[in-house]
Each structure stands twice: as C-alpha cells, then as structure tokens.
Design a protein around this ligand. Structure first.
Ligand code: ISJ
Length: 284
C-alpha cells in the first residue's frame, strides 16, 4: 500500500503540466517554443476553442489554459500576464449586422467565444443603447444572419472574412473598445487555479512566448500556409493587431471591462495576477 501510494505520488510529480491552448492563429506565438523550440516535449499540450479551454481548466482537465478573460473572473482563476490582447483594431472580433446597430434585437454569437460575447453586449448597450437576446451558434455568417439580426464571429473564422467585402454594417470590437475607453482590451490569458500556477510552469510559458516572438518571420510563413491565409494578413495580425505581453494598461483595460460587464448584470470578481512580475507590454 505504502509503495503504491508512493509510486502514485511520484508519477503525479513527474506528470507533465496539462496545458490547453486556443486553436486559433493568435495563439501560435505563445506556444511556438513548446511546439517547435526549446520547450518542446515539456508540456502535455492540447488545443481547443476558447470556451472549451475555459471548461477544461474549470473542470480540472487542464492545469492551465488560455482562458477567456470573463471566465477567469467568473471562476476566480489566477492569470499570468501573457495572453491575447489588442491596443486598437483586432481584426478577428467582428460584429456584423444586417441593420443599423441601434436596431439589433437578436445577436448570434460564435459558440467558441466567451469574452467577446460580453464585450459585444457592453459596446451595444453603452454605444447603441440596445441589449439583444443572445443565440449561441456555430460560426457561419449566413446561417447566423438567417436566425438573428447580427452575428459575432471570432478567431480564424473572422480572419477568413474580408471586412471590406462585407456589404453590411460591421464593427471591429477591439477598435470600438479602445475608442470608447482609451485602454487596451484583454481577450484571454494563461490562467488556472492558484495551486497549479507553479513558477516553473509560468516561466516555461513565458520562455515559449518569448521564443515565439523571436521567430515571427517563420511563424508567419508556416501558419499562413497551414491555415490558408495570406502572409500579409498573418503578418499584420501577429505584429500589429495582437499584443501578447500584458502590462499595467492591459490590467486597467481588463478591470474596466469586468466593471462594465458587472454593471450589465452583476457578478464577476477581479482577476488576480501571479507568477511573472515582468510587466513589459507587448505593443509594437
Ligand atoms: C482576439 C481573439 O481573442 C479570443 C477571444 C476569446 C473570447 O471571445 O472568448 C477568447 C480567446 C481569444 O483567443 C480572437 O480569437 O479572435
């Protein structure tokens, strides 16, 4: 008995950290070191849409995940200051409407999203004075607009659309947020239960990200090819739209977002930060 529990304990200790990353293009730099670089083989890494990343962390199936900001707050998770943020247009969070925004009564949202659904509610309420009913669906613009007045599409599905070719009112919610508040917006960050955010793991994730940021030319070529996007789009997206290192301004943007969501319907607490104390921002 003693021997068995001892073995169990040791295998627990040796088990690789279970990390759930977002499957979209924006996550490639964050995991590049863990997939292709010096951190390769050190993590039990899986990929999923953001809503599933949150579920895996909350249900204990992952130690840490790229968790949508709203879910970090809802579940009292801690975060490390590395994730997906923007300081202007984000390009991949699009709200497309078949009528003026003030007339939206129903909004179909991508089932992979959690943070941007609440961001859409905040922008629609504060700027356009509407509080639509939310319908959760697969990210198919035509199908969404058959059932709702407007559609929220995120991630690679949004990158596959060309906003210039959409003949309907279209909002970039990153741009809307920055215009409204003067602060960056944080969509997701590496996050988990306090006891799982071990310093070695947070250092490893930081090293993987820094490695990725040093390999952007390679990432742009390989990911453009793999995902069927133009290199120009991927270059613009990863070097101008998305920020990866979260600093004090991102923290302020996150706190304000949570306050605005709380004003809409009460609840989410603040998110606490842990692990890495280097507050360099990722703006370029
Ligand atoms: C900017 C993005 O951020 C994403 C949006 C999220 C959300 O809406 O819950 C969560 C994770 C991020 O990957 C995007 O994927 O387009």
């Amino acid at each position: 008995m003693m021997v068995n529990s001892d073995l169990l304990l040791r295998s627990e200790i040796r088990r690789k950290p279970r990390v759930c990353a977002v499957s979209y293009l924006n996550t490639a730099p964050l995991v590049w070191g863990a997939v292709n670089g010096p951190q390769k083989g050190l993590l039990d890494l899986t990929f999923a849409v953001p809503s599933i990343c949150a579920d895996r962390v909350v249900e204990g199936d992952a130690d840490i995940g790229l968790v949508p900001a709203i879910e970090m707050a809802r579940h009292g998770l801690e975060m490390i200051p590395i994730g997906i943020a923007c300081r202007g247009p984000v390009r991949s969070i699009l709200l497309i409407s078949d009528r003026p925004f003030e007339e939206i009564r129903t909004l179909a949202v991508d089932s992979g999203s959690r943070t941007s659904v609440q961001l859409a509610r905040v922008i629609l309420a504060r700027k356009f004075g509407v509080s639509p009913t939310i319908l959760t669906m697969d990210p198919d613009l035509v199908g969404m607009l058959e059932l709702a007045d407007a559609a929220l599409i995120i991630g690679d599905a949004a990158l596959a659309l060309d906003p210039a070719e959409i003949d309907m009112p279209c909002l970039d919610l990153g741009e809307e947020w920055v215009e409204m508040t003067g602060l960056p917006f944080v969509f997701a960050a590496w996050s988990g239960r306090k006891e799982n955010l071990k310093p070695e793991l947070t250092e490893l994730l930081k090293a993987s990200c820094l490695y990725g940021l040093g390999q952007l030319d390679t990432i742009i070529k390989e990911e453009a090819d793999r995902r069927g996007f133009s290199e120009d789009l991927v270059h613009q997206y990863l070097t101008r739209n998305i920020c990866f290192l979260l600093g004090d301004e991102e923290a302020a943007g996150l706190a304000l977002y949570l306050e605005y969501v709380r004003e809409l319907d009460g609840a989410p607490a603040a998110v606490t930060e842990t692990g890495i104390h280097d507050q360099t921002t990722g703006s370029r």
